[in-house]
Design a protein around this ligand. Structure first.
Ligand SMILES: Nc1nc2c(ncn2[C@@H]2O[C@H](COP(=O)(O)OP(=O)(O)OP(=O)(O)O)[C@@H](O)[C@H]2O)c(=O)[nH]1
Ligand SMILES: [Mg+2]
Ligand SMILES: [Zn+2]
Length: 310
């Protein structure tokens, strides 16, 4: 029987069968996935095949279908291992706020880089519209121009506004959407509005006091009333990309991808190299300064520290 893993507790997996029913299943023996050093063999979002255990009322996961994509972070327990947060995602809703808390463009750009690395289309959801003052709205307009310009959708919403929620609901139908963003931006509040009756805990104390090293990384998927799923995970705010070299970073900055073909040196890092097409585009304003600053920070971060696994 085919099913989709929607919750993992470590040893048991809650799977949703094609008819919508929920089934608890375990893993048969040890799953070894080619080339992946992960702490969890099966992740939320996986399409699996379930076999009934002989003579028992329980099910075993006997096969995982190939993942369309997946998003990983470094394991909180083992520095050298990776933890799959979720798989088979259709889109990322990156929830950000202009205030309470203020999301920086540096954070946005790091998350976009990660989404691009995993081939996940991203929409920026700017939440808490109801509390914005003129200054916040001005900053929103700037951010909107920057990201629209390079092809990302951006929406200004309030979790308290019915109309905003209805519009978001339309964008979620039949898709698997990962919600990510800083603690406190309103991810759980939005999800509670989007899925009536869900009642996720909002503003969990632990997420404010804990620096993230021990946050639960078990993600959970919530079926949407009109089809599709939402994945909410507190752990994702500490996302770390893996396996990226300084030369690769510009490949994942969408506005740089094409332009960098014109750089004189094909290993150009776009810092101070002569005849750099990126620096030229920065001069003309074709590339936004904030994006370029994020780019530099990421490249320098890879060189300067061991933060990014190499
Ligand atoms: N004014 C206003 N407050 C909001 C809105 N959305 C969420 N909040 C409040 O912001 C606070 C944080 O919301 P949460 O939904 O817990 O935030 P979260 O992103 O899930 O945070 P973590 O689970 O820690 O990652 C709560 O007090 C919410 O009531 C909004 O649109 N407007
Ligand atoms: Mg939350
Ligand atoms: Zn260059």
């Amino acid at each position: 029987m085919k099913a989709k893993v929607i919750k993992s507790t470590g040893s048991w997996y809650v799977c949703q069968a094609e008819d919508g029913s929920l089934i608890n299943a375990r893993i048969k023996g040890k799953f070894r996935l080619k080339g992946l050093k992960t702490t969890n063999p099966i992740a939320v979002g996986d399409e699996v095949v379930l076999d009934k255990e002989e003579g028992l009322n329980t099910y075993m996961i006997s096969k995982i279908e190939e993942r369309k994509n997946y998003i990983i972070r470094r394991s909180p327990r083992n520095f050298y291992k990776q933890h799959i947060i979720a798989s088979n995602l259709d889109q990322l809703f990156l929830v950000i706020t202009m205030r309470m808390p203020r999301t920086s463009t540096g954070f946005i750009d790091r998350m976009l880089l990660i989404a691009e690395m995993h081939h996940i289309p991203t929409v920026l959801i700017v939440n808490k519209r109801d509390i914005y003052k003129e200054k916040d709205l001005e900053r929103f307009e700037q951010i909107k121009a920057t990201y629209n310009n390079i092809g990302y959708g951006i929406r200004l919403v309030s979790a308290q506004d019915k109309k905003d929620i209805e519009l978001l609901q339309n964008d979620l139908v039949d898709k698997t959407t990962l919600f990510a963003g800083h603690s406190g931006v309103g991810k759980s509040t939005l999800i509670n509005q989007l899925i009536p009756g869900l009642d996720l805990t909002t503003r969990e104390l632990s997420t404010y006091t804990d620096k993230g090293t021990h946050t639960t990384t078990f993600a959970e998927m919530y079926p949407l009333p009109n089809g599709g799923y939402i994945v909410d995970t507190p752990g994702i705010k500490e996302l770390e990309a893996v396996h990226i070299e300084p030369e690769e970073v510009s490949h994942y900055f969408v506005e740089m991808q094409e332009k960098m073909q014109d750089c004189k040196f094909n290993n150009c890092l776009h810092r101070n190299e002569p005849k750099c097409a990126i620096l030229a585009a920065l001069e003309t304003g074709e590339i936004a300064l904030s994006r370029y600053e994020s780019y530099l920070k990421i490249v320098d971060g890879i060189s300067a520290t061991d933060y990014w696994e190499r």
